[in-house]
Design a protein around this ligand. Sequence first.
Ligand SMILES: Nc1ncnc2c1ncn2[C@@H]1O[C@H](COP(=O)(O)OP(=O)(O)OP(=O)(O)O)[C@@H](O)[C@H]1O
Length: 265
Amino acid sequence: MTMLSVDQLNQVYVDTYTGEATVAIEDVSFDVPEGQFVSVIGPSGCGKTTVLNIVAGFVDATGGTVRLQGSPVSGPGPDRGVVFQDFALFPWKTVEANIAFGLKTQGVGKVERRAKAQEMIDLVGLTGFEKKYPHELSGGMRQRAGVARVLATEPAIMLMDEPFASVDAQTRRVLQQEVLRIWEQRRTTVLFVTHDVDEAVFMSDRVVVLSPRPSTVRADLSIQIPRPRSWTDMHTNTEFVRIRRELMTMLGVETGVETGSRSAP
Ligand SMILES: Nc1ncnc2c1ncn2[C@@H]1O[C@H](COP(=O)(O)OP(=O)(O)OP(=O)(O)O)[C@@H](O)[C@H]1O
């Protein structure tokens, strides 16, 4: 089943003061089948975040349609769970309360909320940290709590915009593996935006490559690396090495052209 359908998306931003128009997205179309992990990659400023924000319902597209499970998207909704770069946890709530929060807004009763929150806490490896506040957690733990918070509400699709951008290189690799481990147990459909070629290839079933702004879909590559995946095996995995090289060349990374793309450290 097609979970998400992005059809001839177009986005023009108009500066409210100068009236100047910026065509961010020219014409972008792609589908995401249920259960797939799909990354969107492309040069800096090509409109990756804009695509995600339109799918999330935060931004109204100036053209084209986004359908989720066949229904047009016209605003934010509980069927889409967004994992933000800055974790978006409430600092005054414990891990448990943060994770249960979305369920509360959905009207889920207290007992069920507690049970679901605990299930998610165990799933992401935060058992024992239920009563801690976000400032008492490491960046990696906060991100896991952020993922758990979104997963608890069982969205049809998870939208992730550079979720590991603010953590150090080593933690980033650990978190990439962690998120994959969690994802492999749930297989929630994921739309993932990143700059990072290695991250996109490592995580995804497919990588949608956008052209420089105003963007179109430049390539749509299927990643046939068996799961579960681990970073230890990647550099000797011929499929990883081949697709990584193809993407690097496409994005101009090896020719030294400034594209904003980079590989994972
Ligand atoms: N709210 C806005 N108002 C005006 N212009 C915007 C707005 N949001 C984005 N843009 C412009 O649209 C283009 C695409 O931006 P967007 O953030 O979607 O790209 P991106 O590929 O995610 O960038 P990056 O990789 O640098 O994060 C850029 O030129 C940006 O300046």
